[in-house]
Design a protein around this ligand. Sequence first.
Ligand code: SAH
Ligand code: SF4
Length: 387
Amino acid sequence: MSITLDLKPPARPAKAPDAPINLAGLGRGALRDALVASGLITPDKARMRASQLWRWIHQSGAVGFDGMSDIAKETRAELAQRFVVARPEIVERQVSADGVRKWLIRFAPGIEAETVFIPNVAESRGQGALCVSSQVGCTLNCTFCHTGTQALVRNLTAAEIVAQVQVARDDLGEWPSPREDRRLSNVVFMGMGEPLYNLDAVAEAMDIMSDNEGMGISRRRITVSTSGVAPELKALGERTNAMLAVSLHAANDALRDELVPLNRRYPIAELMAAVKAYPGLSNAKRVTFEYVMLKGVNDSPADAKALVRLISGVPAKINLIPFNPWPGAPYECSEPEVIEAFGSILNRAGYASPVRRPRGRDILAACGQLKSESEKLRASARRTPAV
Ligand code: SAH
Ligand code: SF4
């Protein structure tokens, strides 16, 4: 007898049947529908009530209904009987020596993901980018990435992605949503997981966080990084208008097949064709190619020249990422002078190629290190006898 297991994660994780709906992560339409379905609000009043709640949730950062001063007390009590406006549990919060903050967030039992705030130190107002996760774990197995060694647990929902921004805003003390001079100025989908394998939730989360009556984070300040799911790029651009980052890491198929195994499915030529066709791509809206610097693997002057040839004609900049090591990783980071020489070849060819300074390495918050520490902690906790 053979048993077939369907290991595909559900598109939407099931909610416990009696758990109250959390309004904090619903899109505008879903919020309206939930109010009408509750029977509390008639359809003709739902739009107005939803807008009111929307502003409290996404502009003021409300948690619970108590402070919603322009909603009658009785209505608030009724709402509180059926709904919550709540945050997920923060399991751990760490601040690194260089100001990076990392939160390990538990969305449901066993469903944990990490979110990282990276202040841009060059910016005197202390602005920075929030690196959000789109999945718990990852199905892809890029050989240099620690997240890739961990199996996919499931996709995060739009609400869970939005909650990461809300948690960060709570911690940064950034409510009500400022119109300008924000600390949390940018969002990058560069945490755990492959965003294009969870495009519906990513797109919905972007609708919520970019809404002008809410958090108002401009789509031009939201970047989605993909390992190269070529057939989804068009949909990403059309649905979200996001800035695009592509994790290239190699300029020939033989090497990319090894580093980013997804390349065997969507080889470089197919990926580059999809990038060139990315909706809205122009000199004012360039694609970022990410290139992790691996010692003796992809960091020679010949590799740099091949990269220049490959991306010729594409409005692009290149982000050189020094490899962030993790226990047992089969690579080392390129020497600084090698990275510099690589970058100057790109520069001479007319491409901006900033080297991403590793941030938050001391709390394992740098690119490709996410989730690892939390797993380690749990393993060590298991070894420690209870007292
Ligand atoms: N899955 C998506 C987004 C998350 S990874 C993607 O692959 O693009 C975010 C970035 O970190 C990617 O460019 C990825 O290649 C890079 N990265 C992964 N592991 C790394 C490591 N150990 N050191 C440096 N960068 C790493
Ligand atoms: Fe997944 Fe991105 Fe890591 Fe590759 S680099 S394993 S796609 S998270």
